[in-house]
Design a protein around this ligand. Structure first.
Ligand SMILES: Nc1nc2c(c(=O)[nH]1)N[C@H]1C(S)=C(S)[C@@H](COP(=O)(O)O)O[C@H]1N2
Ligand SMILES: [Mo]
Length: 516
């Protein structure tokens, strides 16, 4: 095929630009897809971004990183993709007359990509080179194919004429580019979760230097079907507004404490792990939990005491609210006054049951405050702690109809028996919680009979739930069981039935059992 001069066919310029952009997107998408397939391959875009950041003088780097945020440098990465697309567009028009220009540019892409990728800490050298070469070959090939198609379709000989051919070409190249873009983004997000999960696995949590870590007592009561005292991470309820779980790379994450403070404090993940940590068993609950529901769990939370961090920043007089901000925009606020009670646990938590926080539960850091529902306290993927006033700001759920202040209500749950039972010995058992107040008593009622005291399991702190069991010896029949808990101050939970909104469900948990 003879090449057509650009000057002679100016209407080839737009198709050529589009072909070049599409080829660039294909090249990048191939490398991101390879990254999603195996951890041996680095993300080429991220590697190039790292070279860029490392190459800048230190203070510029800090300003840039500060300005572009923590969520894996999104602005920098978008910038690299845009520049690649612009270079692709220029390459497209240049390659119209001189096809070797396209090959050369994509060879340079492969070379520079491989060099950047070789520096990526978690990938192998082979993975870096192979993926960069694959990307370069895919880009060069796509460009040649599309330019060839553009030439023949925009020729007057095309059925329907050159204009129709041109339109068809734009649609073709546009769809290929769009498809590659989507594949690249999917590859990118899969690759990112791989990066963050492997960074998480590499974390070594600090030794505990304070707090409570009950161990022997954690065995709990030996009753079939009762909730374990410590909820395993995989079974822990998850509630958040995130459509996709935020993947926060701890290497670029930092926490800022600001607002009504004497001196804002910035901490990297490494800084945080160097501070003295405590571990506390704290039962957290979702305000949406129905009576008898399972949106409640107890874990060993390891973290830096929030009070230590606030002391560093120096909370100014007049600050009445602590507002946690998540990387995804979620916010949760509670009165600073709650921190005046030295017995209430308040942590910037980094560990959960001896592991780094699972990604779904807020990695790299979240807030855990004893005694108040999650939506006013437990900000996951924490990025910022702002000191403000109760009047000046409302957390995410407050304008959506939930109470501004929300202590966890005294509540209990019947775990067993479930379903039909044989007569004889049928233990009735479950958990009860009133975090920070503790549980002093759980009682069980059979039909309209008297309230009978259940036996409480090991109770080592007021912030976690207790197990309870009542030895029931029923004869055949159909029964209604109810349970109620009394907190450490002697207040029994209310029998009044209320829905979760606006500040937590109430009423006694009930279960109907057939005994034969
Ligand atoms: N970033 C963020 N943090 C959040 C939420 C959220 O939607 N986004 N939900 C809160 C609510 S309503 C609850 S009950 C707890 C649940 O924590 P878990 O998912 O670890 O059990 O997280 C809190 N932290
Ligand atoms: Mo919640």
């Amino acid at each position: 095929m003879t090449s057509v001069s650009v000057e002679a066919r100016p209407d080839l310029r737009t198709p050529a630009r589009l072909a070049g952009v599409t080829a660039a997107v294909v090249a990048l998408a191939v490398t991101e897809l390879a990254r999603a397939v195996t951890a041996d391959v680095p993300s080429l875009v991220v590697s190039v971004g790292d070279v860029f950041v490392d190459g800048l003088p230190g203070d510029v780097t800090r300003t840039v990183i500060g300005a572009i945020g923590t969520a894996d440098k999104p602005a920098l990465l978008i910038g690299i993709v845009v520049i690649s697309a612009l270079i692709g567009a220029r390459t497209g028009t240049a390659a119209l007359d001189r096809p070797w220009v396209g090959d050369t540019v994509f060879a340079a892409f492969a070379l520079l990509g491989a060099l950047a990728g070789l520096r990526a800490p978690l990938a192998t050298d082979g993975g870096a080179v192979v993926s960069a070469v694959l990307g370069g070959v895919a880009g060069a090939g796509t460009l040649r194919l599309l330019l060839g198609t553009a030439r023949s379709w925009t020729a007057p000989a095309h059925p329907g004429g050159a204009d129709a051919g041109r339109r068809q070409f734009l649609v073709l190249a546009g769809s290929v580019g769009l498809f590659a873009g989507v594949v690249g983004l999917v590859g990118r997000s899969l690759g990112l979760s791989r990066t963050v999960e492997s960074a998480r696995r590499d974390v070594v949590l600090p030794e505990v230097r304070g707090g409570t870590t009950p161990t022997a007592a954690d065995a709990g009561l030996d009753v079939d079907g009762i909730t374990p005292l410590v909820t395993p991470n995989d079974d822990f309820y998850r509630i958040d507004t995130a459509l996709t779980v935020p993947q926060v790379d701890p290497a670029s994450w930092s926490l800022r404490i600001d607002g009504m403070v004497d001196e804002p404090v910035d901490l990297t993940y490494a800084d945080l792990l160097e501070l003295p940590v405590e571990e506390h068993q704290v039962t957290i609950a979702c305000v949406s939990n129905e009576v008898g529901g399972d949106l409640v769990g107890n874990a060993r939370w390891l973290g830096v005491p929030l009070r230590d961090l606030l002391e560093r920043a120096g909370v100014r007089d007049g600050a009445t609210q602590v507002m946690g901000h998540s990387v995804d925009g979620f916010t949760a606020g509670f009165p600073t006054e709650l921190l005046d009670d030295p017995d209430r646990p308040a942590l910037v938590a980094v560990g959960m049951n001896g592991e780094p926080l699972p990604i779904a539960h807020g990695f790299p850091a979240r807030l855990i405050i004893g005694g108040i529902y999650g939506y006013v306290s437990a900000t996951k993927w924490l990025r910022r702690i702002e000191l403000t006033t109760l009047e000046a700001a409302d957390g995410y759920w407050i304008p959506r109809g939930w109470a501004k202040e929300a202590p966890i209500k005294t509540q209990c749950r019947i775990d067993t028996p479930r379903g039909d039972q044989g007569a004889g010995r049928v233990p009735v058992a479950g958990v009860a919680w009133a975090p920070t107040r503790g549980i002093s008593k759980v009682e069980v009622q059979v039909d309209e009979g008297p309230w009978e005291a259940a036996r409480l399991g090991p109770g080592t702190n007021d912030d976690r739930w207790v197990q309870w069991v009542y030895d029931w010896r029923p004869t055949p029949g159909r029964y209604r069981l109810r349970a109620r808990a009394t907190d450490g101050a002697g207040d029994t939970q209310t029998a009044d039935v209320a829905p979760p909104a606006p500040d937590g469900a109430t009423g006694y948990p009930t279960r109907v059992v057939n005994v034969s």
